[in-house]
Design a binder for this molecule. Structure first.
Ligand code: HEC
Length: 109
């Protein structure tokens, strides 16, 4: 039973994350990401602790975060200005691009 619950949970997570990625264009995201490189690094790995590394970040987190900057829910003057110029499509593509990279590491279960 426990195993079954685990399985259902894993499948629903997979379904939720794939819905975020549906229709996202990694190549278009890569092109847009040139605007982010000055601060977040050429391949999403930031050279300075002032700027978070984006490479390998979960796409869903990136989408939520960029929308929160855009709406002003998450406040940061630099990122608010940057996110304001992004369409919902840009956000999906950027999230797909950074999520496709390796960089951030999470602990193994
Ligand atoms: C001028 C520098 C600068 C540029 C350009 C820039 N960022 Fe940022 N970014 C920052 C800073 C500083 C933060 C940390 C802000 C905070 O504390 O909320 C940040 C935070 C973020 C975060 C949140 C990371 C986290 O771990 O919560 C995301 C996502 C992000 N930026 C995406 C982007 C994307 C995508 C672009 C290009 C379209 C971009 N940024 C361009 C400076 C920049």
């Amino acid at each position: 039973m426990k195993q079954l619950i685990k399985m259902i949970f894993a499948v629903s997570i997979a379904a939720a994350s794939s819905s975020v990625m549906a229709g996202a264009d990694i190549k278009a995201g890569e092109e847009k990401a040139t605007a982010c490189a000055a601060c977040h690094g050429a391949v999403g790995v930031s050279a300075s602790p002032m700027f978070p590394t984006l490479a390998g970040q979960h796409a869903d987190y990136m989408v939520q975060t960029l929308k929160a900057y855009k709406s002003g829910k998450r406040k940061n003057p630099i990122m608010q200005g940057t996110a304001a110029a992004l369409s919902d499509e840009d956000i999906l593509n950027l999230a797909a691009y950074f999520a496709s990279q390796t960089g951030l590491k999470t602990l193994k279960r």
